[in-house]
Design a protein around this ligand. Structure first.
Ligand SMILES: O=C(O)[C@H](O)[C@@H](O)[C@H](O)[C@H](O)COP(=O)(O)O
Length: 260
């Protein structure tokens, strides 16, 4: 990882609250600058905690009807299945927001398409369509909107989204969304953004808590190859921020934790 910014908080809850405050500020700034905001959400525990923390804060500066929401990955299970990242996000926050349903872009579920491959193809098509319509081609030219903030959790094996170490999907350079099977983290069938799509975001935020992630964070900080350490392969076109709790940061070299 190019360590642009590392922010360390004591534990998961203050970390989630801090990320939530920053997210509200970035959405507000994007709407002031461009009239709308585009945010990619993450599954996992820190993703849910962060959304719940947003719900505890004042978001009155945000026009939620002008926010586009996407997911960095999704489990390929039936709509409404509690394993779905979109269902967990709705429960944590989204169902209480005045969002424009047309701007909540969910990955097709297993009861609506025949395969994870078809779900990935439809998601990629929607990303390209919205990108064209908004005229918001990102600076890396990928056929996705120029996301303002893309959030990621990180697994103990350094996976991000559903890009798990050694999968071909990690090194994909053309497609923006792919199907993943046999994922080591259940459920096995998923759809994920690829690194070109992730790295099209203006800001990529990795939100990581827990001592079980410290090794992955340290490997990413030491510039490991993305194939083995997918978290090392992400960076925003403008900024990359690692939001860590002290346990997840515990194996970082001292100089890597200088806040910018
Ligand atoms: O669909 C998923 O499972 C997530 O997108 C996944 O990439 C998650 O973010 C990491 O596994 C970290 O999860 P925790 O924050 O729960 O450790």
């Amino acid at each position: 990882m190019t360590v642009a910014d590392v922010v360390i908080l004591d534990s998961p809850e203050p970390l989630a609250s801090h990320v939530a405050e920053r997210l509200i500020a970035e959405i507000t700034a994007a709407q002031a600058a461009r009239g709308s905001a585009s945010v990619v959400l993450t599954g996992g525990g820190m993703g849910g905690r962060t959304l719940a923390a947003v719900g505890e804060l004042d978001t009155s500066a945000i026009d939620w009807s002008r926010v586009d929401l996407w997911w960095g990955d999704e489990r390929f299970v039936r709509s409404g299945d509690e394993e779905r990242n979109d269902r967990q996000a709705r429960a944590a926050l989204l169902d209480r927001l005045p969002l424009d349903p047309e701007r909540v872009h969910v990955v097709p579920a297993a009861d609506t398409v025949a395969s994870a491959e078809e779900a990935a193809a439809r998601y990629a098509e929607e990303l390209a369509t919205v990108s064209e319509a908004a005229g918001s081609r990102p600076t890396n030219g990928t056929a996705v909107p120029a996301f303002d903030v893309l959030m990621l959790g990180v697994g103990p094996d350094a996976h991000v989204a559903s890009l798990f170490p050694e999968l071909d999907a990690v090194t994909e350079q053309q497609a923006t969304a792919l199907a993943v099977h046999d994922a080591p983290k259940p459920p096995p069938d998923r759809v994920t953004l690829t690194l070109p799509a992730i790295n099209a975001a203006r800001q990529v935020w990795l939100v990581v808590a827990g001592a079980d992630k410290a090794g992955a964070v340290a490997l990413a900080a030491n510039g490991a190859a993305a194939q083995q350490v997918p978290a090392a392969g992400v960076q925003g076109t403008e900024r990359t921020v690692w939001f860590l709790d002290t346990a997840a940061a515990s194996r970082l070299p001292a100089q890597a934790t200088d806040e910018s």
